[in-house]
Design a protein. Structure first.
Length: 174
């Protein structure tokens, strides 16, 4: 954040945690450097974790179950499940909707189906974990497979014109 000149005190107003795995919650200590911040977590998060967040003086905690708006033009799919309960983000843009996933534990098709309630999906960015039904990405105009995506090379080979690389600090125009 220092390298990118992001000041958490003035820049971060909303935090959305996808699911309660340490690689997705470990950075929550950032709340100690933020001003007032709204934190959205799936309702299934442990009482201990939610209690710790709720006790922080700068945090306003929201437990999510259903699709809802997080801030203007940004929505959560709500808590979806298969093996692990998880929420994803939906961003409304001039191109359509872009879905930002955590690890797609509920299944990418389920996440895309939930997001499509808001309109046409332009693209998907995030971890795709063990997702194997790669034909579900057909028609996406932006595909950005990130961490934990097992079949990343196959996705790039199948969709070379619409795939983009993902890395820490990269900028993706949606």
């Amino acid at each position: 954040m220092q390298k990118l000149r992001v000041d958490p005190l003035s820049s971060i107003r909303v935090i959305v945690l996808s699911h309660e795995h340490i690689d997705h919650t470990g950075g929550i200590q950032i709340i100690n450097y933020c001003g007032k911040v709204d934190v959205f977590v799936p309702a299934s998060f442990s009482d201990r974790f939610k209690g710790w967040l709720a006790s922080h003086p700068n945090v306003r905690l929201y437990e999510v179950q259903e699709l809802r708006e997080v801030c203007e033009g940004v929505f959560t799919t709500g808590e979806l499940e298969q093996f692990v309960k998880e929420q994803s983000l939906i961003i409304k843009t001039g191109n359509g909707l872009t879905v930002i996933t955590g690890c797609v534990h509920p299944g990418l098709e389920n996440i895309l189906r939930a997001a499509s309630k808001l309109g046409d999906i332009y693209g998907v960015v995030g971890g795709f974990h063990n997702f194997s039904r790669l034909e579900a990405l057909k028609g996406m105009r932006l595909i950005v497979p990130c961490h934990c995506t097992v079949r990343k090379r196959e996705i790039f080979n199948l969709y070379p014109k619409t795939c983009r690389k993902c890395s820490v600090g990269c900028t993706i125009l949606i």
